[in-house]
Design a protein. Structure first.
Length: 132
């Protein structure tokens, strides 16, 4: 019993980040500079026409069960770093769940979009919900 308590305590102290599942790209192929400030706009369910954008990939942040670093700010920062590395113009949150009785983590699924019409990029700003 003592070993089980010790193992559980060790896992809780060490903590884990959100689980990130990537679709359409691999993390290993990205060159992410964590020191660079990246500010890709974030929108919630942004309406777009499929012929106007290129979907560079998508990502899902979930709860590993022992996640500690899994708050909204942490997850969105991870999304922005990967969006920058992919050359995306917009992070489109297509599904999200904030902490609740089942999880204390922010869980979300997002698409990384690049606009074919480069003129549309200059007018993009994050939804107020995601401005920090």
């Amino acid at each position: 019993m003592r070993k089980i308590v010790l193992l559980f305590s060790l896992i809780m102290v060490m903590g884990c980040s959100s689980t990130m599942t990537r679709y359409g790209y691999k993390l290993q192929s990205l060159s992410i500079n964590k020191d660079t400030q990246c500010t890709i706009p974030i929108k919630n369910n942004f309406p777009y026409k499929k012929d106007e954008v290129e979907i560079l990939g998508s990502i899902r942040a979930g709860d590993s069960g022992f996640s500690v670093k899994c708050g909204e700010a942490y997850v969105l920062k991870q999304f922005q770093q990967e969006a920058c590395a992919l050359g995306a113009d917009l992070i489109n949150i297509i599904d999200e769940s904030r902490f609740d009785i089942l999880s204390t983590c922010y869980r979300a699924k997002a698409e990384f979009l690049r606009f074919k019409d480069r003129g549309k990029v200059k007018d993009l700003v994050s939804d107020p919900l995601y401005v920090r």
